[in-house]
Design a protein around this ligand. Structure first.
Ligand SMILES: Cc1cc2nc3c(=O)[nH]c(=O)nc-3n(C[C@H](O)[C@H](O)[C@H](O)COP(=O)(O)OP(=O)(O)OC[C@H]3O[C@@H](n4cnc5c(N)ncnc54)[C@H](O)[C@@H]3O)c2cc1C
Ligand SMILES: C[S@@+](CC[C@H](N)C(=O)[O-])C[C@H]1O[C@@H](n2cnc3c(N)ncnc32)[C@H](O)[C@@H]1O
Length: 640
């Protein structure tokens, strides 16, 4: 996918394919204010909003509606209230075009500048961008509305319907859109649109919206506004329903585990004004796998389940932004967005070449030629990280909000005022209204969290002094093993994989790492290298997908969903119940440096009941209850 080059006609942005303009020639901002802001009564609603407000727009286009709405929101809403603006766009405009549009609206210069700072790469899928210190979150769904709209699971307060003219742009005014609007609306949800087209009116009415014709903007005599009339349950599988929001009198969350999963969760909470009790069994942060000296930030592009690739890719794009921001605020280099050269099975390479950000690797010098056993493609959005340093940077960034507690949690218990965390011998450690368990492969050592099929896999990285073995590759390489470029004279290769519990370095693993490195970089002279290294443990779930979300109530699930295997209609079951305030963020496997930030953002969005940054199917894919549901669906009759 690539950016769309903008056309102009009579001084306004124009799309020749749809034969329509992006905004009115009679005044872009005035049109937004009249049709969408006033049409949804937003100034009054922003002023009385207590926590957060959510808008869903069809057609992001130039971003003018977005920036004008942000301005109105920042002027009208109380401090501490946040805006979630979700928008769909199939033909993402080039940032240079957005910049030239911005010049025409100097009164919105700050808002356009913030938008451009986080403007996404042209990669399909969901992108989340935080603006104005996280008071505004933009979620851009890049792709065709027809592919995306059925998978939206968001509680929307106001809809902006802004496709091109319905006669030219049917997909943006379809019955599927109206059905999804109904699914994601509540009784106070409003909509506004510039059109009064009969099909749109009838479609919205049939979906359950009241309709009002009101004066339109400029040459348009009339426009439509209205409200959703009923309060239905989203058509989600009941066992995957979102948790009920727990009000927090004080915004304090306890997080167990100070690796990258716990720290990114702490960072996302701190950006939303929470205080964090961060508890780790070790004396320093990042003492587990996240303390490695080096690692790849690289998505898994799975051919088996496309949800793996969707999640990983989206996680990568979100992580890149977070790493970049953290790096900007730190003198110590830790994030290197260099791209990663990946060796794929040649039989799969053709399919992968269809992914436009994977480009064939061409080497200038025969001396550093990569092995022909693989097809080499460079993932240009990937990179490499010094995780230990990055974790320090995250901690420093939000240390004002964090109280670090050195202790080992053995039990979590629901009490009247929230959740209590206990140590050995029922010793009180902490209590909070919300708790996130982020202790990787040790989740089974905490009673009260429930059972999750998560296991540990030992891994050893080998550190090699660069000077003694020729010139190591300047770009990270990944095939059956991986290597990262040299930093301060050392580079790393790995990582071994076994199921033992041994924390000590093993010569056999070093030998194995070196043998694999020799296949990756055959030009290196490794025989004389004096190695060092680090051993740590990955946490893998049974299906190799992270476990992220609210913790379900096991006894409720056993009781209510026990007969799932009989294939009764899902709609006949009541919605899921969860352990109020308890969340989990574990099992990042060998990709935690990619998956941690987006997983953290999912958790915080669930806790605050604000729009999640991923599609509903991805939420289900990560849902901690999925293992239990699979088991109940498979359970044999005789176990009744
Ligand atoms: C050798 C190796 C190489 C890797 N390479 C890469 C790579 O290149 N790219 C990539 O993306 N990923 C890589 N990974 C995986 C990545 O390191 C992990 O996915 C990531 O670090 C997981 O972070 P985490 O916070 O979930 O776990 P951890 O970093 O392990 O943190 C868990 C924390 O929980 C604490 N804890 C545990 N139990 C308790 C308790 N009961 N009470 C209090 N605290 C507790 C621990 O002390 C620990 O600090 C690699 C892993 C290994 C082992
Ligand atoms: C009228 S413009 C939106 C103007 C925009 N709200 C603004 O503030 O500039 C309509 C937008 O819908 C987008 N669009 C058209 N068909 C689409 C589709 N099938 N899926 C998603 N977006 C689509 C267009 O690319 C265009 O950006």
């Amino acid at each position: 996918m690539s950016y769309l080059k903008l056309h102009w006609q009579d001084g306004v942005p124009y799309n020749p394919v749809y034969g329509d303009v992006y905004y009115s020639a009679q005044g872009g901002i005035e049109e937004t204010r009249h049709v969408f802001i006033q049409g949804n009564n937003l100034i009054e609603r922003f002023a009385v909003t207590e926590r957060s407000f959510s808008i869903f727009e069809t057609g992001f286009g130039t971003g003018l509606n977005f920036v004008a709405t942000v301005r109105a929101f920042l002027d009208a809403a109380e401090d501490g209230v946040s805006l979630d603006y979700v928008s769909i766009e199939k033909h993402l405009l080039h940032p240079d075009d957005i910049a030239s549009i911005a010049q025409r609206f100097p009164e919105l210069a700050d808002e356009f500048a913030e938008l451009l700072r986080g403007y996404p790469e042209p990669v399909s899928g969901w992108h989340r961008i935080a603006l104005f210190d996280n008071r505004v979150r933009l979620t851009l769904l890049i792709g065709d509305i027809e592919d995306l709209i059925d998978d939206v699971r968001i509680r929307v307060d106001a809809w902006f319907l802004d496709g091109f003219s319905p006669s030219q742009n049917h997909a943006m005014w379809s019955h599927r859109l109206f059905a999804s609007m109904a699914d994601n609306s509540h009784t106070a949800t409003s909509f506004a649109t510039y059109t009064v087209a009969g099909d749109v009116r009838r479609g919205l009415q049939a979906a359950g919206f009241s309709i009002q014709k009101v004066p339109g903007f400029g040459s348009k005599r009339e426009m439509l506004t209205g409200r959703y009339q009923s309060d239905n349950r989203q058509s989600v599988l009941p066992w995957f329903e979102l948790p009920v929001k727990q009000e927090a009198t004080e915004k304090v969350v306890a997080i167990v585990g100070a690796g990258i999963a716990g720290l990114t969760t702490a960072m996302q909470f701190s950006q939303r004004g929470w205080k964090i009790l961060l508890i780790d069994a070790e004396r320093q942060i990042a003492a587990g796998a996240s303390g490695n000296p080096s690692g790849l930030v690289l998505p898994r592009l799975s051919m088996d389940d496309e949800r793996d690739s969707f999640f990983d890719l989206q996680a990568l794009m979100f992580a890149r932004q977070c790493y970049q921001q953290l790096q900007q605020n730190s003198d110590e280099p830790f994030w290197f967005p260099s791209g990663v050269e990946c060796g794929f099975d040649p039989r799969k390479a053709d399919k992968l070449l269809a992914i436009d950000f994977l480009q064939p690797v061409l080497r200038q010098s025969a001396e550093t030629e990569l092995t022909a056993d693989y097809s080499w493609l460079c993932n240009r959005y990937a990179g490499w990280l010094r995780p230990q340093r990055c974790c320090q940077a995250i901690y420093q960034r939000c240390s004002d909000s964090i109280t670090l507690i050195h202790d080992t949690v053995t039990d979590v218990r629901r009490v009247e005022q929230g959740i209590e965390l206990l140590g050995e011998g029922d010793r009180h450690i902490a209590q909070a209204s919300h708790v996130v368990i982020a202790n990787a492969g040790d989740v089974d050592k905490i009673a009260g969290v429930g059972e999750f099929p998560v296991s540990r896999a030992r891994g050893q990285l080998s550190g090699i002094p660069a000077a003694c073995c020729g010139e190591p590759a300047h770009v990270p390489l990944s095939a059956e093993s991986y290597s990262t470029p040299a930093y301060e004279g050392m580079f790393y290769a790995g990582a071994s994989y076994d199921e033992s519990d041994d924390r000590g370095l093993s010569q056999r693993d070093h030998d194995d790492n070196m043998a694999k490195l020799a296949r990756l970089q055959p030009w290196l002279k490794l025989a004389a290298a004096e190695l060092n290294g680090r051993v740590s443990f990955r946490a893998n779930s049974l299906d190799r997908v992270p476990v992220v979300g609210a913790v379900h109530d096991v006894s409720f699930f056993e009781q209510v969903y026990h007969d799932l295997r009989h294939g009764k209609r899902a709609g006949l079951y009541p919605g899921a119940q969860h352990i109020a305030g308890l969340y989990i963020n574990v099992a990042h496997g060998a990709r935690g440096l990619t998956s941690a930030f987006l997983s953290a953002e999912i958790i915080v969005s669930l806790v605050e009941a604000t729009p999640v940054p991923v599609a509903g199917s991805i939420l289900d894919h990560l849902n901690p209850a999925r293992f239990m549901i699979k088991r109940l669906k498979r359970a044999k009759r005789c176990t009744d």
